[in-house]
Design a protein around this ligand. Structure first.
Ligand SMILES: *Cc1c(COP(=O)(O)O)cnc(C)c1O
Length: 403
């Protein structure tokens, strides 16, 4: 029986107990925590003058919130960030003491819970500032605040005169000790195209907002704008803190400019599954829904128990790559809710229980998440982030580091 662990020489040696998939587990994502730690170190070398906030939103892009957060801190991240408040609270409640920043809320969010847990909060709109201030006042605490300026993404953040408005209100609250304005921040629209004219323009708007805040009396601790792409390609956007997400998982945010290896990154996730069935089919037999694939000759097909319910994109029907015994195949026909097939050829020795690799670092010739992104006409972010809860996560390469 082939096993991914025997085909990946570059793998760190984890403790044997940590590497075991549950017996009978249909699909297992191995998460290489040592790769996360190493990727964070590499990103810090790209931005030596800035602190690093590891973005671990969306269950750490599908890799697992708390284990990845600890691995990122071990690599020198001093901040963690999540879009949603619940994940930030979960991080703090897991015993992590690092700074934790969270930025996307709707009215009624548990700002009191956030302030009690010493989280860093963002304000993009008057309602958010008002609710944060009310919660801080009720607790008799000072809330730490980062003002978000929309510098041209046209998404979250205060735009134009809206920024002046929220800055003025926040400064009044700061003088009363209700909030402390520690940051001004924003997000790029075209970070993956570093020469795009909007990049320079957004930086100019950002720097003007920072000057405006300082002129209003803010004593800013961190000014931050850079995601993974800007961390890797645009040193002028590093400011005091960079906020990479995708790159800490070892995936390239700019695949047209360079792959993971080109940036010294190692993809942390290896998605494996085991054949549920391998059987012979005659030539001319349709395979899977609507018979999108028809066998060209007598052959053996292998049934893999992952499907679109697990995040395998249906758009990758007949296109998604799978490694079986060191050889690459394409998904045969439609991706179903729970399963996909591969057409292995008549001579395949594969049998039920054998392990297949959907994607991994690519070092042993296996497909990568980027290959799946191309097959499904999407980005690698979506491939790893959509991986569902039925796929077991097994952590390898971890170390016990202080939080
Ligand atoms: C998701 C996110 C990031 C990280 O983006 P990557 O492209 O994954 O590096 C940074 N900042 C904000 C505001 C985000 O929403």
């Amino acid at each position: 029986m082939s096993d991914w662990r025997t085909m990946t020489a570059s793998q760190p040696s984890p403790s044997p107990a940590a590497v075991q998939a549950r017996p009978g587990s249909p699909a297992t994502a191995y998460i290489d925590l040592a790769a996360v730690t190493a990727n964070v170190r590499v990103l810090r070398e790209h931005a030596p003058g800035a602190q690093l906030l590891a973005v671990v939103k969306a269950d750490a892009y599908g890799h697992g919130l708390v284990p990845v957060a600890r691995a990122a801190l071990a690599g020198g991240a001093t901040w963690l960030g999540t879009a949603l408040l619940d994940e930030a609270i979960a991080l703090r409640d897991s015993g992590i003491h690092a700074r934790i920043f969270t930025w996307l809320n709707v009215p009624g969010a548990d700002f009191a819970g956030a302030i009690r847990r010493d989280l860093d909060l963002s304000a993009s709109a008057p309602w958010q500032l008002n609710e944060i201030a009310a919660a801080a006042q009720a607790l008799g605490c000072t809330a730490r605040l980062h003002l978000k300026v929309d510098t041209g993404l046209g998404r979250n953040g205060a735009f134009g005169p809206g920024f002046t408005e929220i800055l003025t209100s926040a400064r009044k609250l700061e003088r009363r000790g209700i909030v402390r304005i520690v940051g001004v921040w924003s997000h790029f629209a075209y970070a993956d195209q570093p020469d795009h004219p909007t990049v320079r323009h957004q930086q100019e708007v950002f720097e003007a907002a920072v000057r405006e805040a300082e002129a209003a009396g803010c004593d800013l601790e961190v000014r931050h704008l850079a995601n993974s792409a800007a961390t890797l390609t645009n040193p002028s956007a590093h400011y005091d803190l960079v906020r990479p997400g995708l790159a800490i998982y070892g995936l390239s945010p700019v695949p047209e400019l360079g792959d993971s290896t080109a940036y010294g990154l190692v993809p942390a996730m290896t998605l494996t599954a085991r054949f549920a069935l391998v059987k012979g089919l005659p030539a001319g037999q349709g395979v899977s829904y609507a018979h999108q694939h028809v066998t060209a000759a007598d052959t053996r097909v292998g049934l893999i128990p992952v499907g679109y319910a697990d995040g395998i994109p249906r758009h990758a029907s007949s296109r998604g790559p799978v490694a079986v015994g060191g050889r690459r195949y394409l998904v045969a026909g439609r991706v179903c809710m729970d399963q996909i097939l591969v057409d292995l050829g008549a001579d395949s020795p594969a049998q039920a229980g054998d392990q297949v690799v959907l994607f991994g670092p690519g070092a042993e010739g296996e497909p990568t998440a980027q290959d799946w992104a191309i097959a499904a006409d999407t980005i690698s972010y979506e491939i790893v982030t959509r991986l569902g809860p039925r796929v077991e996560r097994v952590y390898v390469g971890g170390s016990e580091e202080p939080s």
